[in-house]
Design a protein around this ligand. Structure first.
Ligand SMILES: CC(=O)N[C@H]1[C@@H](OP(=O)(O)OP(=O)(O)OC[C@H]2O[C@@H](n3ccc(=O)[nH]c3=O)[C@H](O)[C@@H]2O)O[C@H](CO)[C@@H](O)[C@@H]1O
Length: 365
């Protein structure tokens, strides 16, 4: 009989894309495996997962709103409702195993899977585990992590250092530079910078790029500027008639492989998935960690690289004064670019998707 795997979680690309990478690897290893995704209604996974060819069911669950306590009043009811729906889903799908990748839906789904005695696997992308994953870790059968030292958060005997699963298509850049540049309408032979604010975009990076446009023109640096869907319209309107020809402004990059292939160097938030991809493509990067994430985990992600001379860190608070200068000095420092590229490549863990998929299948057996 075909094995049945439930994969739950989402909220942002940082949780969704690893989940899809695990699903793809499961399918490669065992083509008749049946996979059901469980996400949170209204969140990005409800679009991205079907686009990747998988079925998804949504739970009515949300995170704690730290700004408005009133909005949290309904949370216990939503949690209860989600737990009951998770129970129905696990039973009707006849799941053999549940995988949690973090994000709102993985809490109730994995809690219920544990209560029903199903084996569970957690994939923690960051170098710092959040509250939900720490709690789920106590009962999980296996915990796949991407950074060393995670026994601070999880029982050591359950941990497996696998790296973050990445979509293989997003890092296949060999021989694609010309195609990548052409897809953005950019020229060959010029320095090209990719700016990415993670799956949602980043206001600090957008403000810095906006302020640096004249400098980039002056330095003849081409820019692929992924600003995030939320910020796109306002930026497009601000820049109407004055977006330099060497700058391409986009809300979201459908082809990360093209962007990575075209770029000589990168400025990025320090989301765990983007970092894992940057290790795989070996591009020099300046990381500007988001200060708006739980336990400041992006700074910890970034420092794990900086401690190995594999990235430059500019804090969010100093970015408005320092980032453009740091970009320009890196653009003109070939030796530094070379060193960063060498060091970051050493951290690549390319088979995380299959290693994790094998662990999932082992739990069934
Ligand atoms: C604000 C926030 O909560 N950020 C978190 C979120 O980041 P975020 O959702 O930004 O995720 P990551 O940086 O980990 O990964 C982004 C993913 O989106 C893809 N991508 C991105 C931009 C684009 O235009 N096109 C595209 O396809 C990238 O290729 C990558 O696979 O999850 C990460 C993993 O748990 C965390 O480390 C981050 O702190």
């Amino acid at each position: 009989m075909a094995h049945k795997v439930i994969i739950s979680g989402g909220g942002t690309g940082g949780h969704i894309f690893p989940a899809i990478a695990i699903a793809n690897a499961l399918k490669r290893l065992q083509p008749d495996v049946e996979i059901l995704f469980v996400g949170a209604n209204g969140r990005m996974e409800m679009e991205r997962v079907p686009a990747a060819g998988y079925e998804i069911v949504g739970l009515d669950i949300q995170g704690i709103d730290r700004k408005s306590l009133v909005k949290n009043l309904g949370l216990p009811f939503k949690m209860l409702d989600s737990l009951l729906k998770a129970r129905r889903l696990i039973k009707s799908f006849k799941a053999d195993v549940a995988v949690g990748v973090g994000g709102y839906a993985s809490g109730p789904l994995l809690m219920m899977a544990n209560a029903l005695g199903l084996p569970t696997l957690i994939q923690e992308q960051n170098s710092y585990a959040g509250v939900t994953n720490k709690r789920l870790g106590r009962k999980a059968s296996k915990i796949c992590v991407a950074y060393e030292g995670m026994d601070k958060f999880f029982p050591a005997q359950k941990i497996l250092l696998t790296g973050n699963p990445i979509r293989r298509s997003s890092v296949q850049i060999e021989g694609r530079e010309r195609e990548g540049l052409a897809s953005f309408g950019l020229q060959e032979g010029k320095k090209t910078l990719l700016v990415t604010g993670g799956s949602l975009g980043a206001k600090t990076l957008n403000d810095c790029v906006l302020a640096g446009l004249d400098s980039f023109v002056e330095q003849d640096i081409q820019v692929i500027w992924q600003c995030g869907s939320y910020y796109y319209e306002a930026l497009k309107n601000t820049l109407v008639d004055r977006l330099p020809a060497n700058v391409v402004l986009l809300p979201f990059l459908q082809r990360m492989d093209y962007a990575y292939a075209a770029a000589d160097f990168v400025v990025s938030r320090a989301g765990a998935g983007t970092i894992s991809e940057l290790c795989a493509v070996g591009k020099p990067v300046i990381l500007v960690p988001s200060p708006n994430v739980a336990e400041d985990h992006q700074t910890k992600n970034a420092k794990a690289l900086v401690s190995k001379d594999a990235a430059i860190l500019v804090s969010d608070i100093s970015a408005r004064t320092n980032l453009v200068d740091t970009i320009i000095s890196l653009a003109n420092d070939e030796a530094k670019c070379f060193e960063l590229s060498e060091q970051i490549s050493k951290l690549a863990m390319l088979d995380a998707d299959e290693t994790i998929a094998k662990e999932v299948l082992k739990l069934i057996r």
